[in-house]
Write a protein that binds this ligand. Structure first.
Ligand SMILES: Nc1nc2c(ncn2[C@@H]2O[C@H](COP(=O)(O)OP(=O)(O)OP(=O)(O)O)[C@@H](O)[C@H]2O)c(=O)[nH]1
Ligand SMILES: [Mg+2]
Length: 357
């Protein structure tokens, strides 16, 4: 039987990588082999390190999104096939949309002999729905994020409301009600694993060919993506306090600064790797607590660890870099590499015309 390929999209920070990790672990427990594909505008991906630390097999497409480097995606799929997986899970860049026309349809056309392409899942962070509904009238950056969010919802075959462990029943229902969408909606938590089997079953049941190819204004799409500053940074560090406390303080400090400047944090994620373990940290908004997982001890102010930082927020990329460095003054930090950019206008390798045009 051909392996199944599932594309799991959704806005920055919606929970794609966390779901990849938890569902891959679930399939592995059942004796099924899984390959993962990550994607980013530039190298140095926290997602890849995080998944590899969980013992998973990962291919990367870096330097452009799947749509603009379709050949890179094809190559990553072919590389994955060498491990004879039962399932391939691929995570496109969270600011990408128009995936039905630029990725799903071309894959169905060009790779149908090698893989069976499942319907497109779009993940939605329930807290983002409220934020998008409550934007202030003069919030141009927020409107840019909302455009991407809306277009992703329009083209979804299946929508998965994520992070439901953070909601009570009434709030879950409220979030689903607020999602005025055509596609079916499931709800899940990648942390507690509630709903992940139901999500996968729903994907299997959806009829192939349901793809909703939509028209999209590429000028507006390009502007919306460019509103996002993108920072991937690698440093050698030696924090002066316990690494988990230092990481939590760093995450909070940066997100607070972004919000003070009326920026929206798309996702902020870091991984600290030392000789005896690692810590992964993430934070999206100041009203939440940083999520920190893993274990790491360091001899304070002395032992070095490699720190990878990925930040996407609606401020200038250079400003993001300065903010990050300002919050690392007690970390004895030495910068090893920096990519600070705004995504270039999307130029898809293929774009299959919407139905009926
Ligand atoms: N409570 C809870 N938190 C979650 C869940 N899934 C993801 N998160 C948290 O949400 C944040 C973003 O999750 P990611 O998996 O990095 O999201 P992503 O969609 O891969 O983000 P990008 O790759 O940046 O687009 C992280 O801090 C996670 O710990 C969940 O099911 N429950
Ligand atoms: Mg991710």
């Amino acid at each position: 039987m051909k392996p199944q390929l599932a594309l799991i999209g959704g806005l920055l920070g919606s929970g794609k990588t966390t779901l990849l990790r938890s569902f891959a672990a679930h399939l592995n427990k059942q004796g099924r082999r899984v390959a993962l594909i990550t994607n980013d505008q530039t190298g140095g991906l926290v997602d890849t390190i995080f998944l590899e630390k969980a013992g998973l097999s990962v291919e990367e497409v870096v330097g452009a999104c799947f749509c603009c480097d379709f050949d890179g995606l094809t190559q990553a799929i072919l590389n994955s096939l060498a491990h004879c997986p039962d399932v391939i899970l691929a995570e496109p860049v969270g600011s990408c949309t128009d995936l039905q026309a630029t990725v799903v349809a071309p894959l169905k056309d060009l790779l149908a002999d090698s893989v069976s392409i499942l319907p497109l899942t779009v993940l939605v962070d329930p807290h983002r729905i409220n934020e998008m509904n409550a934007l202030l009238p003069d919030d141009a950056a927020g409107e840019a994020v909302k455009y991407l969010f809306t277009k992703q919802l329009e083209e979804a075959d299946l929508i998965a409301l994520t992070k439901i462990d953070t909601l009570d029943d009434a709030l879950r229902e409220d979030a689903i009600r607020q999602l005025t969408v055509q596609a079916p909606v499931v709800a899940l938590s990648a942390v507690t694993e509630e709903g992940i089997v139901q999500w996968w079953d729903a994907l299997q049941r959806l009829r192939p060919g349901d793809a909703r190819l939509k028209e999209i204004d590429y000028a507006v799409y390009a502007e919306a993506e460019a509103a996002m500053g993108w920072l991937n940074m690698k440093l050698s560090v030696s924090p002066e306090t316990a690494p988990d406390l230092a990481l939590a303080g760093f995450l909070k400090g940066v997100v607070n600064d972004i919000e003070t400047r009326r920026g929206h944090t798309g996702n902020f994620k870091c991984v600290l790797v030392g000789d005896n373990g690692y810590l992964r940290g993430g934070l999206l908004r100041s009203t939440e607590s940083p999520s920190i997982e893993g274990r790491l001890s360091l001899r304070s102010g002395n032992e070095k660890a490699e720190f990878t930082v990925n930040l996407r927020a609606t401020l200038a990329a250079t400003e993001l870099k300065e903010t990050v460095l300002r919050h690392l003054t007690d970390w004895n930090a030495e910068v090893l590499s920096v990519d600070a950019l705004h995504p270039a206008p999307p130029r898809p390798t293929h774009r299959y015309a919407p139905h009926g045009s």
